[in-house]
Design a protein. Sequence first.
Length: 289
Amino acid sequence: MFTVPGDALAGAAAAGLRPGPRTLLAVGSSLCLYEAGMALNDWADRAEDAAERPHRPIPSGRIRPAAALTAAGALTAAGLALAARAGRPTLAVAAPLAATVWAYDLALKHTPAGPAAMAAARGLDLLLGAAATGGTTGAALPSAALLATHTLAVTAVSREETRGGSPLPPLAALATTALLTGLVTRPDTPRTAADRAVPNTPGRSDARGRSAAATALGALYATTAARPYFHAALNPSPPLVQRAVGGGIRATIPLQAALAARAGATGAALLVTALAPLGRRFAKKVSIT
């Protein structure tokens, strides 16, 4: 859950605008749609989980299948309603995002199109923040593509987390991490149109500060993701592959922050970065319970 707000904040930064009330609506919409996907995932995988993961909520009997499906539907409706409150451009992005979530869980997850669908959902989630904040998404497309590429790599690794397998997905994810790190830390990243039009907007850094922040956060992204990918490539056993997936998911936060810093929104980057320790703390609590 703590990887979700950074999507909208990075999208707002990529649009060259400061977050506002509509950005918060986008964050709420994203959280609802993300949770809808998690509930729907458990409902769709209930037979598989009964055999491989009987401790999960539905196989263990803590949650009835009908309740999980109802929750997924209600959360999807809530997410779309919040997007509609943020304006038509936001709803125009939220609707295909919701459709992608449902298509992934119900039909695409176990097909070759699964990783691409998950990547598309993350990219759309970033565009949701741009649409809510500025009404357009064009300026945020490069950032959305970078975040989607990271998600594609993580999802490809996750397809082998229960049985282990080939070292190729972790190796590909490691190469992808190196590529993305280079892209988000490039010192010659062009300024957004909004930056050029309003060079002294409060809360937006100059080129030198932007480059330093993006470099530091890009390094944090690389170190968070690369080490577990490397270990999984050396030994693609289920425990190490699962650790690699966890590292890739946690690395989403510093990547979002680096994208925000790259766009000049240092304040938003720091806010996103602050979510990382909270995510680690609550992930540990959830994993124990």
